[in-house]
Design a protein around this ligand. Structure first.
Ligand code: LLP
Length: 431
């Protein structure tokens, strides 16, 4: 198991943020989401310090779908990031955390009327329009409220990034955005430019998630710049903003070979600058929207082993007190993770286990082929690299309560989200 962030072994036991994990488990119970706050701050700084240019303003927007709550948005605010939200609920969380609405970018491929009303009234910085119907809906709302809104259009540059097909977003069958190869897309831009209710700022794309080839990012930047140039020439309007999305791949297991973030970002900026100069474009800003690469490495999930079971065939099971309800990614995307035993993180591996959860579902397996020292019932197991798309995709299947989220730093723990109770589970049930 690779040690992430502030993980260190003290007297043979694993600590994060200077906190003993056994102490955390006693205080907050398991399963438990643990966030390494210093690691998150450091990663955010790598983004803000390296996505900088002399030619354009480089904005880093955290894609809050990866993991959000009030505590996290307050950190986003403190670290000077902007925020990408995709629903009224994410917007509500951001506003409750006191984030300046101007720093909020509202995405989504089928925004509801009530969400567009909420976002425009709140004064969000940008709304990223996905399609013609959404634009018609927004224009109606803005006209009725006599509000003017800054907007971008999400386009699909048609780059097939190498990632799981569920998280590819710019292949030709994608439901997101409008194709740059469809002439009709320019009509939508024209409406945004001519309407008195919208201030058209530019275009957005996001090529997919967990992408490792930097060529895919460079290629999509080139295509976006090429398209921006086409719009400028044909429609006679300046493209002030280019938003190139997120998707930077991260480490889960040794199979993943992520690029070194700081160096990659510097190469990315240099590539964008060159491509802009070739096209003769001078946008005011270029945005990126990392979610996973900003938060994933900062999160770990702590479980307690409840049972070790030897099936008639195959590897023995380590049955833990969580599973697909706190991390549906293995079941949904065949996602892979590493694991370790908290009290002996460096002991040699002796046994191959299947680590399974407690949901009534055979597919509730977190890790297959996990190589660990011989585990014991009652021991704590840690799964690192669970910061992104775990808590945010968790469920109450089997009426299992969602775990707490605890931020740790410098020997202190702060609860960001309380563990759900049975009462929480029935709060909307009508008797
Ligand atoms: N911007 C847009 C418009 C997006 O749709 C996404 C992710 C991001 C930014 C952030 O992408 P990231 O940097 O996190 O890769 N649930 C899936 C991932 C879905 C990603 C959806 N969009 C998973 O667990 O792998």
């Amino acid at each position: 198991m690779k040690k992430m962030g502030t993980m260190e072994i003290v007297k043979g036991k694993l600590q994060i943020g200077g906190m003993d994990l056994e102490d955390l488990a006693k205080e907050y119970q398991t399963p438990l989401y643990i966030m390494d706050e210093a690691h998150f701050e450091q990663t955010a700084r790598i983004f803000t310090e390296n996505f900088q240019s002399k030619v354009f303003q480089g904005n880093v927007l955290y894609a809050s779908k990866a993991f959000t709550n009030i505590y996290l948005v307050k950190k986003v605010k403190e670290l000077g990031l902007c925020l990408d939200v995709v629903s009224g609920g994410e917007l509500y969380t951001a506003l409750k955390a006191g984030l300046d609405p101007q720093r909020i970018y509202f995405h989504g491929n089928n925004k509801l009327a009530k969400e567009l009303e909420y976002a425009t009234e709140a004064g969000v910085g940008r709304i990223i329009i996905d399609n013609q119907d959404e634009l018609t809906l927004l224009l109606g709302i803005l006209e009725e409220k006599k509000l003017r809104q800054e907007v971008l259009l999400r386009v699909n540059p048609g780059v097939a990034a190498h990632t799981h097909e569920y998280i590819q977003t710019t292949n030709e069958k994608s439901k997101f955005g409008l194709s740059i190869h469809d002439e009709g897309t320019k009509d939508v831009v024209r409406q945004m430019v001519t309407s008195e209710w919208t201030d058209f700022r530019g275009i957005h794309c996001h090529i997919g998630s967990q992408v490792f080839e930097e060529e895919s990012f460079f290629k999509s930047a080139d295509l976006m710049i090429g398209y921006a140039k086409e719009l400028e020439d044909e429609l006679g309007i300046p493209i002030k903003e280019l938003n190139l999305g997120g998707g930077f791949g991260v480490y889960y297991t040794p199979e993943d070979k992520p690029f070194e973030l700081g160096a990659f970002l510097r190469r990315y900026v240099a590539h964008i600058e060159e491509s802009l100069s070739e096209a003769g474009l001078e946008p005011e800003s270029v945005d990126i929207e990392p979610g996973r690469s900003l938060i994933n490495g900062s999160g770990s999930t702590l479980y307690r082993i409840g049972s070790i079971k030897h099936p008639m065939k195959g590897d023995p099971f380590l049955l833990v007190d969580g599973g697909m309800t706190d991390n549906p990614r293995p079941a949904m995307y065949q996602a892979k993770y590493e694991a370790g035993l908290v009290s002996r993180p460096d002991a040699p591996s002796e046994q191959t286990y299947t680590i399974a959860g407690r949901a009534c579902e055979s597919g509730d397996v977190l890790i297959t082929g996990a190589k660990l020292p011989k585990a014991q019932v009652g021991e704590l197991l840690i799964v690192p690299n669970t910061g992104a798309y775990t808590y945010s995709m968790s469920s109450n299947y089997n009426r299992i309560e969602r775990p707490a989220v605890v931020f740790v730093k410098d020997g202190q723990a702060r609860v960001a989200v309380k563990r759900e109770t049975y009462a929480d589970l029935i709060r909307n049930d009508v008797e």
